[in-house]
Design a protein around this ligand. Structure first.
Ligand code: ATR
Length: 278
């Protein structure tokens, strides 16, 4: 029986077992996907004993993504660029490979929600709000997808400037105070900050200067309809919620561990929505 895991600390809140459990049942696979709570000081030992514990691979979440980056035997180019690992598996030589599926997950979600021509409609331009780990993965994804002008605005400007090194020709930092002036030249606006999340402040931004062809995405999914997405819809712009990234980032791991490429279906999405609201 193939065994996979999600490791974090704490881990009870993780929705990944619901997603992978759904796919295991859908494909009639005799496998398991379990939550494992491991404190930071025990994480290196956990990774060392994965094989002995019978695991084929798994997901790594907060606070272990950077530790996994330092501890795996091999990194994929994406994980290297992002500086964090969220998916591990073994290669044919038995080496532990660290990947990061957040970037392709976000892009697959955009392509599915907006249609593959969103890059042309956006004029190849994006404005990313926030400069944490999620922003870094999204900028890597947008660069891979061929965008030509990506601006990053962050409350703490130095963190936005750190992302410029990903590709100084195509990525620039922008002052948080200059956001309104940046909107007219923005084809895709992405919020990666915690603003708009339940229990956090709201993102106070007037979207009316955005071009009529712009799209707006949020990676926050509690609530599903953030004030930012509601404002985008009210202004007639396509709005992409944060749940799709969570669903799509799970696809490559499942395929690697269980050998079947699973689909992100409306039924799975509805189960996840019901679980989040329950
Ligand atoms: P993650 O790894 O999930 O991206 P993170 O590293 O904690 O999480 O980043 C959270 C982001 O939300 C950061 O860009 C943070 O800005 P700072 O770098 O200045 O901390 C942003 N953020 C959080 N609260 C904010 C607020 N009240 N106003 C503006 N940005 C905020």
């Amino acid at each position: 029986m193939t065994k996979a895991f999600v490791v974090g600390h704490p881990i009870a809140h993780s929705r990944s077992p619901l997603i992978h459990g759904h796919w295991l049942a859908e494909h009639g696979i005799e496998g398991s996907y379990e939550r494992v709570d491991v404190a930071p000081d025990a994480f290196p030992e956990f990774l060392r004993t994965l094989r002995a514990c019978g695991f084929t691979g798994g997901n790594v979440t907060i606070p272990h993504k950077e530790a996994a980056f330092a501890l795996v035997d091999v990194l994929t180019p994406r994980a290297k660029a992002i500086g964090a690992v969220n998916t591990v598996s073994f290669d044919a030589q038995g080496r532990l490979v660290g990947d990061n599926t957040d970037a392709p997950g976000f892009i697959a979600h955009l392509d599915g929600s907006l249609g593959a021509d969103w890059v042309e409609r956006s004029g190849g331009t994006a404005l990313v709000l926030g400069a944490g780990g999620a922003a870094r993965a999204i900028v890597v994804g947008l660069l891979e997808r061929g965008l030509t002008r990506i601006r990053v605005a962050n409350r703490t400007r130095a963190r936005a400037e750190a992302l410029v090194a990903l590709d100084p020709e195509r990525v620039a930092a922008c002052d948080w105070a200059d956001l309104p002036a940046a909107l007219p030249g923005t084809g895709l606006l992405v919020n990666t900050t915690s603003l708009g999340m339940v229990g956090h402040g709201a993102l106070d931004l007037d979207l009316t200067p955005l071009p009529a062809t712009a799209c707006v995405a949020d990676i926050v999914y509690v609530p599903l309809e953030t004030p930012l997405l509601a404002a985008a819809r009210a202004w007639g712009l396509p709005a992409v919620d944060g749940l799709g990234m969570l669903l799509h980032q799970a696809v490559p791991g499942f395929e690697r561990w269980f050998g079947v490429r699973p689909a992100v279906t409306p039924a799975l999405r509805e189960r996840l929505v019901a679980d989040l609201q329950g």
